[in-house]
Ligand binder design. Structure first.
Ligand SMILES: Nc1ncnc2c1ncn2[C@@H]1O[C@H](COP(=O)(O)OP(=O)(O)OP(=O)(O)O)[C@@H](O)[C@H]1O
Ligand SMILES: [Mg+2]
Length: 333
């Protein structure tokens, strides 16, 4: 890596991996700044785990480049694995051993000196609310406790970089929330860079400084959750009476409006309807409301529905599918 790359923990350029005809990772170019929590967000089969395996040097790229902590993944996988903490789909814990015995064992493998090891284990178990359960066998742990222990194991050797593959998958909401909170606190306290995969959009939004949205191995969007929101339309729901499809179509033609659709009355007996308006960035609903009122409709409410990352994600996927369909229908040369 050059000096300009000093603050970069992970850098990929055109990284690709094929399995037969499947492009699991397709021309991926991203930079992950040191000290950030980076979310790698995508549905099942998007290529998340494959990307982690490529970054750890467990798989050979078919094309492109990647460096992790300044090491080329093709040549430096040993050094990468020594410096990075990992929590993969299978946690690798010994179920017949206690939490303490597991951590002691993994601490020895990581060559933590005895004096340091004991304190480190106590601090991490305490941070994860597991200190009282330290002498319990892993086989008797709940899924949430077990996942927390796996996270302690990943942090144990004070890695500069942590790869976490769906750390909260399979946990119920309270356990996931607790684990997420503890993870963020620990990562910030220790200044560790985290590369976290998830298909949980809320999780990415809550936890991550930056997010890459991927689908079928390709990058759909990248940025802070706020940036991903910011560049896109804001949705407003205008509720009232006297709305018609024709009025919605007129609203849709306003300069401030990207799309407007009439939502039929949900409950029978209620004559209120809503028009859902996606506003152009930086505009508001005033021109829409004026148009409706001047046309004789009655506006009862205007609610801003901030688009969730989930909505954006679905839109990105739809856009990509529409593009793929177009490409497929284009006549071949
Ligand atoms: N060893 C392999 N051999 C063949 N195909 C593979 C292999 N590993 C992954 N794939 C394929 O690559 C694609 C991406 O898989 P990957 O496991 O990276 O997805 P993922 O985003 O981690 O999904 P999930 O959310 O289900 O864990 C899938 O189509 C998968 O079938
Ligand atoms: Mg996976």
């Amino acid at each position: 890596m050059t000096r300009a790359d000093a603050g970069i923990a992970i850098r990929t350029a055109g990284l690709s991996r094929e399995f037969g005809s499947v492009r699991a990772v397709d021309d991926l170019t991203i930079d992950v700044s040191a000290g950030t929590i980076y979310g790698f967000l995508g549905p099942n089969g998007a290529g998340k785990t494959t990307t982690i395996r490529l970054l750890l040097g467990l798989l050979e790229p078919s094309a492109g480049e990647a460096s992790v902590l300044g090491q080329d993944v093709r040549k430096g996988s040993q050094a990468i694995r020594e410096q990075a903490g990992v929590l993969l789909e299978s946690d690798g814990l010994y179920t017949r051993l206690t939490a303490m015995q597991n951590l002691d064992y993994f601490g020895r493998i990581a060559r933590l000196p005895t004096s340091d090891r004991e304190g480190r284990i106590r601090d991490l178990l305490t941070a994860m609310d597991l200190w009282d359960r330290r002498d319990g066998r892993v086989a008797d742990f709940s899924k949430g406790m077990r996942q927390k222990l796996a996270l302690v194991r990943a942090f144990l050797s004070r890695p500069k970089l942590l790869f976490l593959d769906e750390p909260t998958s399979g946990l119920d909401t309270p356990s996931a929330v607790a684990l997420r909170r503890q993870l963020v606190t620990l990562a910030r306290d220790e200044g560790v860079t985290v590369f976290l995969t998830t298909h949980n959009l809320l999780e990415a939004e809550k936890v991550c400084d930056r997010v890459a949205v991927i689908r079928r191995g390709s990058l759909l969007a990248e940025g802070s959750p706020r940036e991903i929101h910011g560049g896109r339309a804001r949705r407003v729901a205008i509720g009232g009476t006297g709305f018609t499809a024709d009025l919605a179509a007129r609203v849709a033609r306003l300069p401030a409006v990207e799309t407007a659709t009439l939502e039929p009355a949900r409950d029978t007996g209620r004559d209120q309807t809503r028009i859902l308006v996606d506003l152009e960035p930086g505009t508001d609903a005033s021109s829409s409301v004026r148009l409706l009122v001047e046309a004789g409709a009655e506006v009862a409410s205007v609610e801003t529905a901030r688009e969730s990352l989930e909505d954006i994600f679905l839109k990105l996927v739809e856009e990509e599918e529409a593009e793929a369909e177009l490409e497929a229908t284009e006549p071949s040369p």
